[in-house]
Write a protein that binds this ligand. Sequence first.
Ligand code: BG6
Ligand code: MG
Length: 224
Amino acid sequence: MTQIKAFIFDMDGVLTETNVQHYEAWKILGDEIGIEINPSFNERLKGISRMASLNEILTFGGKQEDYTQAEKEQLATKKNDNYVKMIASMTPDHLFEGVKELFKQLKERNIKIAIGSASKNAPKLVKYLGIEEDIHYIVDANEIEKGKPAPDTFLAAAQAFGLKPEECIGVEDATAGVQAIKSAGMFAIGIGEPQVLSQADTVYKETKDINLEEILTRDNVLVV
Ligand code: BG6
Ligand code: MG
């Protein structure tokens, strides 16, 4: 039995709906460089870093050898400029239903709250969504050498709190993210479809469906 001391939340698709804006911004860039992406391909981009996403898109379009690293950096910046404009109008109203309540329940139990997002825009979103006061630690995606599905993002949060992986629970909507939580040795809550997030320990359709009591009373986790 392990006492759970921290929850590490992914941001995009777990706390708010930014997958749409990421997709739109990539789609605009794809159109510019002659690669048409679609929603089903977009599943592959969820959870992975900006450059990893661009590489996936270039490979999908058979153009992986067409750009130098410097040109790729420019393309990624272009996508990000559009994305940043798209999210600039976000407010606390865009926080998913149930998140505030969940944070409250975690705080009541002295469980720490971290953001473990691949997005370099996560601190900006935390501000727009008005949850700065709720978050004890935000993993800096700039400092993470190996992005999801590698465990580094989640381990960085555990380390910041001085906790063992088994004392942390990760929450993710992306396959790559669930893989990252599991390879970090943590309990994984998936948000979405069980068939897609088959590696997760438990899956809820939406963040608001997370049942803290149910999770913390499982026989492999314990909160005192
Ligand atoms: C992840 C998203 O959270 O962050 C990906 O699921 C995104 O779609 C990645 O590409 C990186 O985000 P950013 O804001 O640093 O480009
Ligand atoms: Mg996500």
